[in-house]
Design a protein around this ligand. Structure first.
Ligand SMILES: Cc1cc2nc3c(=O)[nH]c(=O)nc-3n(C[C@H](O)[C@H](O)[C@H](O)COP(=O)(O)O)c2cc1C
Length: 166
């Protein structure tokens, strides 16, 4: 049996060297009400068919809703939207807090909620899920995409950054 000297902290630090954007994965919890989760484990998978993936922690509240609804949105946050990233990284979400943050949702033609005023928004249907380690890889078929532009919020070495500076 091989052993590794790599600690969890070292593993996180190593992966933190990979700069990413920040997305919010959204699902319709009940009619008209949305639940979201901040995720940077997002990537493109395939061009034909058009597939993306997001890795979701087994303990995340959103996972059971994703399994049930089989549709989700992905919105790429803009520079300056750290407060939105923090909000969707905690489970206590309600319309009052969303009003305070100025959040607005748009529903795609397929009925998927996405966040308005973000760089880019995808509407997806779940085509596969793979449990691996302590996460589930959720593969989504992209049904709708809108690019609204603006500079993206970045995440690097455990901190929020923006293009062209610290
Ligand atoms: C910048 C950032 C990126 C994150 N990326 C992911 C991710 O890709 N997958 C994931 O499962 N959680 C990710 N998280 C953590 C979740 O947003 C957060 O733990 C989760 O929403 C907590 O939900 P719960 O209250 O349902 O457990 C990230 C958090 C932050 C701040």
């Amino acid at each position: 049996m091989t052993t590794t000297a790599l600690s969890a902290r070292e593993f996180r630090n190593a992966l933190g060297q990979f700069a990413t954007g920040v997305t919010v994965v959204t699902v319709e919890r009940e009619a008209g009400s949305v639940f979201g989760m901040t995720a940077n484990a997002f990537t493109s998978v395939s061009l034909n068919p058009m597939l993306i993936l997001v890795c979701v922690d087994e303990r995340a509240k959103i996972l059971s809703i994703l399994h049930k609804k089989k549709r989700f949105g992905v919105s790429v946050l803009k520079q300056g939207q750290q407060a939105l990233s923090e909000y969707f990284a905690q489970g206590e979400q309600n319309s009052e807090a969303e009003h305070r943050l100025g959040l607005r949702y748009r529903w795609t033609p397929e009925g998927v909620p996405v966040l308005e005023d973000t760089v880019m928004q995808l509407g997806c249907s779940v085509v596969a899920t793979h449990v691996t380690g302590d996460h589930t890889i959720v593969v989504g078929k992209v049904e709708d995409a809108e690019i609204h532009g603006g500079e993206p919020l970045l995440f690097f070495r455990g901190e929020y950054r923006h293009i062209g500076g610290e």
